[in-house]
Design a protein around this ligand. Structure first.
Ligand SMILES: Nc1ncnc2c1ncn2[C@@H]1O[C@H](COP(=O)(O)OP(=O)(O)OP(=O)(O)O)[C@@H](O)[C@H]1O
Ligand SMILES: O=C(O)[C@H](O)[C@@H](O)[C@H](O)[C@H](O)CO
Length: 176
């Protein structure tokens, strides 16, 4: 299977979900499979957002606004350069996802779905990340789970081993 089968070029796939759901892990692998550019949305946060999360404070809508705009602009810029991308971004609220839909011309989402206890255990085992496990409850409180009206979103079960998850998501993307 070639990347062209999976991702009609140029396009963008946003890997969404709460902190610790495995977005970066899946995103990097998927970008390799698709032959797409990998972008970790955390790299586009204003420094004060990183500082705030590192202090254990949840972001607000206004904290997230410039970050979401930067991600949308980057994705669309790449599309205009004929470069496909896989971008990691929590995209927790429907409004955030709708804003991406309005600004990115060829977009699909992958929602990493899993339960609180599994994600918390993974965050506790993870080292060297600014986002601590104590932040997970606020992430779940903020998350507006995609519903069936969001037809451009593939949901994926994060309890699967990573190799299976990559294959499953790639197969779903390929199926259209
Ligand atoms: N399918 C999986 N099976 C087992 N462990 C996983 C799986 N996916 C991710 N992990 C592990 O879970 C932890 C969280 O994953 P990762 O850092 O990719 O999440 P994230 O959603 O990008 O987090 P954040 O938004 O906080 O940056 C990591 O230690 C990673 O190795
Ligand atoms: O939207 C948010 O509340 C946050 O920005 C986070 O989700 C982080 O970007 C990231 O996932 C942390 O590691």
């Amino acid at each position: 299977m070639t990347n062209i089968d999976l991702l009609p070029s140029p396009g963008c796939i946003i890997i969404m979900g709460v902190s610790g759901s495995g977005k970066s892990t899946l995103g990097e692998r998927l970008a390799t499979v698709l032959g797409a550019r990998f972008i970790d949305g955390d790299d586009l946060h204003p420094q004060h957002n990183i500082a705030k999360m590192s202090r254990g404070e949840a972001l607000t809508d206004s904290d997230r606004a410039p970050w979401l705009s930067a991600i949308a602009a980057r994705a669309q810029q790449l599309i205009e350069q004929s470069v496909s991308s896989v971008i990691v971004c929590s995209a927790l609220k429907r409004d955030y996802r709708d804003s991406f839909r309005a600004h990115i011309s060829n977009l699909r989402f992958v929602f990493l779905d899993g339960d609180f206890d599994l994600i918390k255990a993974r965050m506790l085992a993870r080292e060297g990340h600014f986002m601590q496990a104590e932040m997970l409850q606020s992430q779940f409180d903020t998350l507006e789970r995609p519903d069936k009206s969001e037809r451009d979103i593939i949901s994926a079960d994060i309890s699967l081993p990573i190799d299976t998850l990559v294959t499953t998501v790639a197969d779903h993307l390929s199926a259209g």
